[in-house]
Design a protein around this ligand. Sequence first.
Ligand code: ATP
Ligand code: MG
Ligand code: MG
Ligand code: MG
Length: 554
Amino acid sequence: MAKTLREDPADAETLSHRLLVRAGYVRRSSAGVWAWLPLGKRVLDNVSRVVREEMDAIGAQEVLLPALLPKEPYEVSGRWSEYGDLLFRLKDRKGADYLLGPTHEEIFTLVVKDQCTSYKDLPVMLYQIQTKYRDEARPRSGVLRGREFQMKDSYSFDVSEEGLEESYRLHREAYVRIFERLGLDHRIVSAVSGAMGGSASEEFLAPAEAGEDTFVDCPSCDYAANTEAVTFALAPAPVSAEHPALEEVDTPDTPTIETLAAHLGVPASATLKNLLVKVDGEITAVGVPGDREVDLGKLGEHLAPAVVELVTAEDFEGRPDLVRGYVGPQGLEKVRYLADPRVAPGTSWVTGANRADTHARNVVCGRDFEVDRYLDVVVVEPGDPCPSCGAGLKLDRAIEIGHIFQLGRKYADAFGLDVLGREGKPVRVTMGSYGIGVSRAVAALAEQTADERGLCWPAAVAPADVHVVAAGKAVPLALAEEAATALAAAGLRVLLDDRPGLSPGVKLTDAELIGVPWILVAGRRSADGVVELQDRASGTREELPLTEALSRLT
Ligand code: ATP
Ligand code: MG
Ligand code: MG
Ligand code: MG
């Protein structure tokens, strides 16, 4: 049995982080890199098993691809550079470049290019449950955001749009079943596909205070979206596709990441979403929807070395015409985009460019663009009208536990993935990609289900069915062993606490912290064959003869 801790780890920010460490499920190895101890490994395996069963049920086939990948395919797709600092890069002894896979679209495309040659070989869906690597700017909250983590990633390959839609639908339905079986409360929200490319995309969010995502939820209809997507839905006019002036404006004297970060008082490695800054006292800069994470390095390139400050809540006092939002403990929170950016002509902007995934450099309002042509920004706040039915929207925080994309032909085009079609001519394949954060789901479940006494697992993922506590030596110990043997013989998964020299109180506190659904205590009344049975979730306790307890549990 793993060691439990009385004290919270010093750096723990969230409930799941505190409890998973204290209850001995995981142990930190380095920032964002975690060891899974026996109890944690069981929960992780239980989640993986549910995911695997549902993926198999829709006809997806399991594979295992390497995590250590050559650079070349990621150069072909452009992601070797697009991913920036997020990629773990390394060299082999001959000096060849490698990376540790953050996600595997490129490699799966190559596998299918190799294995499938005719339309008759398709559709095909492949998946793996594998270790992923992302050098996250702010690994936090234990396994919620790791730099090494477990993901189930799957990829679909079809010859037609209808085929892709069907593969997407199958995944969407499988995800709903997976999260229902795991006991994870979740919402499906429309999302912007961002760096993945492609068109349709939805996120699976687990509502939780500890979440880093904000989403809007309509109480009257089934509309739900992440804030980026609702921003697009509410935008009165999209950014013009033709706007050549934007890209050409540049300032030679741009600050470096170091000077900017020092000025903002944040680490140079910081990544901020939807960053608002003040330049020369004016709130002028907005991180761009579509460029999902604006890192300071990128932003730094776009700002003249003027006075740059993060916008705080006070800045919005008396300025309802401006973006409302504030810098909170988690960075900038409750970002609102301007519905009507009445920015004075001559003001510098860092803003969306006229091409996807680019930034305009230090463009000047009035000189380079007109405000009324530049409404890529919208205020979203509680009570705003739902784009679908008009009712007042709610804003909530959540953890992203899954993400499904219709990629289309982005990767098939990059790698020339064709199969021979029905008419004997080559047909370009269309793809989908689908991810579930398997290790993150463990933390999300902990967040949603834990109470003040500790973890409290749903039966489907719990590390055991019954936690048997020997609250005493001799007779209680013998009764506890008898109970554990009988339960195991009946096919239940049992955790037996037979540690000598610990008080019953300590053992019971530990059992509650560990959070197995049933706690069976052999204590004071063991001589009469009486045990105490506790339902961990409700806290209900009952004394009853062991034989009765056994028939209740089996
Ligand atoms: P996030 O917005 O939280 O950074 P993402 O959108 O970058 O996640 P995807 O590329 O969509 O992540 O990956 C698929 C899934 O993998 C996510 O939905 C999430 O559940 C999980 N995941 C992503 N990054 C991490 C991480 N650093 N640690 C643990 N799980 C992660
Ligand atoms: Mg990410
Ligand atoms: Mg995301
Ligand atoms: Mg995502």
